[in-house]
Write a protein that binds this ligand. Sequence first.
Ligand code: TA6
Length: 306
Amino acid sequence: MSHDPNLLISERQLEQTALVQLDELPALRVRNRHAEALIALQGAQVLEYSPRGQRGLIWLSETAEFRRGAPVRGGIPVCWPWFGDAARNPEPVRALAGAGAPAHGLARGRDWTLRNIVETEAQTEITLACPGFDTPPWRADLELTIGIGPSLRLCLRTRNDGDAPLHFTQALHTYFAIGDIRDIAVSGLEQATYVDTLDQWREQRQQGELRIEGEVDRIYLDTPAQLAIHDTRWQRTLELHARHSRSAVVWNPWIEKSRRLSQFKADAWQRMLCIETANVLDDAVLLAPGEQQQLELDIRSLPADV
Ligand code: TA6
């Protein structure tokens, strides 16, 4: 089967999917009866997802740059085979990362190949594969399947193709689009333990719903499958349903940090919130040779809870 997106699209006479160019980056534009989406082949990064007739659910920086080998600010970066600073990962993951490793792993900077596209009435399903992760003694096959329909469905599948145990951490680093960060609440994290990376990585406990009143960069542990962002300004609730995820990272840079971020307008902190479906720190994943694991996330938008 051809991995050439153009060939695969023309061979299948696909109607919902087209190959487009965003500056230096090729991308797939999907339009079907349920929604529209934009996915960069670099990093298999979902950049946009808008259910028909609704505001987009995913935030993409107004100053996003589309350059080969460089992260794009926003969308859903795939963080794999480590999350965040490699030095902050468990020892077996640090060994895999090596010295001078980039933040959030290797997958987001690589050109993924198109493995399959299936167009049905229910959704458009796209499967992308990260080129051979082959760093002896480790080998892995990494695949992201993206379903564009009434909800956005992601499944990140890792298979250990090597002869050695594979330890990794991972996150779907979703940037959500919101009306105003000062007018939202996150439910589902009540009473959860979290590591506050802004307070010497101390463990704390979440009291009640999470509201954002300053810079937040927290790793929640033993998180439930269902979280929600209640957006008063835009009168909607964004529901996140995760499977095989034990951690969730919540991040907003607020005013000061925003000034130090690339591809980020000074006031952009007001319009975005990251809730990252993850397995990090002690929730690192261990696969024996031949084993595989899925990290799954469904995102949908509902009219605000009345
Ligand atoms: O997920 C939270 C975080 O690790 C923050 O600390 C911040 O660095 C954010 O990710 C963005 O990372 P990036 O490398 O995309 O700028």
